[in-house]
Design a protein around this ligand. Structure first.
Ligand code: ATP
Ligand code: MG
Length: 202
């Protein structure tokens, strides 16, 4: 039975992919706002395995990123976390994420949520046409990033969300320098970073 009260309606599921190194309040606001505007029943956060666009960069191990994502989303009844990408060996391609989730939810309407910067890369993604067949794409505004590249007609919705100028890069840089990350990430994530000494020796 869906939130809209009709047992026969297809469920509406958001998919929020990311490196989440670490997850921050910008990710959470984006997911929350898309869930509200698109009347989603659930948003599944999917931490990447080895992100294809970050092969040249150091990325925190997948279990730490997964656990921080679980901690950050635990209080929201609509938010869940999937291990499909971190349990799949090798580099993460979004088409594989979408195929795996489509297989798990054959009867749901899927909404893939990305930031404006990720949308600029969409046209370079592997199997982009098949991705559009599996899911609707929703691109949220992100301070400091303009959606510059022309998008395929009618394929990607743009949604303005309350602006949070937060990036994981900035959170890592702050943690490395001992600067505060309170209120940029959920409290439990601040504590997880401290407890495990993440980002100390970058
Ligand atoms: P990094 O700086 O390491 O690249 P990030 O902050 O961009 O990290 P990602 O895990 O790369 O975080 O992002 C996952 C998704 O969330 C991407 O689609 C990204 O565009 C989007 N996103 C990240 N931060 C924000 C934000 N502040 N507002 C809206 N969308 C965001
Ligand atoms: Mg990014």
């Amino acid at each position: 039975r869906s939130a809209r009260g009709n047992w026969h309606e297809r469920s509406r599921i958001g998919i929020m992919g990311g490196t989440f190194d670490p997850i921050h309040n910008g990710h959470l606001v984006a997911a929350s706002e898309v869930a509200w505007v698109y009347d989603l029943d659930e948003v599944i956060f999917v931490p990447t395995g080895r992100p294809v666009f970050k092969l040249d960069k150091h990325v925190t191990n997948a279990e730490d990123r997964y656990l921080m994502t679980v901690i950050a989303t635990a209080s929201n009844p609509k938010f869940t976390v999937s291990r499909v990408d971190i349990d799949r060996p090798g580099v993460t391609y979004t088409i594989d994420t979408l195929r795996d989730l489509r297989a798990l939810y054959p009867d749901a309407d899927l909404f893939f949520i990305t930031g404006a910067d990720a949308v600029a890369e969409i046209m370079q993604w592997k199997d982009v046409e098949q991705m559009f067949d599996i899911a609707h794409f929703v691109a949220v505004t992100r301070p400091g990033y303009a959606a510059s590249n022309p998008l395929p007609e009618g394929k990607v919705d743009m949604l303005e969300i309350p602006a949070l100028a937060i990036s994981s890069t900035d959170v890592r840089r702050r943690a490395t320098h001992g600067e505060p990350v309170w209120y940029l990430v959920p409290d439990g994530v601040v504590q997880y970073i401290g407890k495990h000494g993440l980002y100390h020796a970058l």
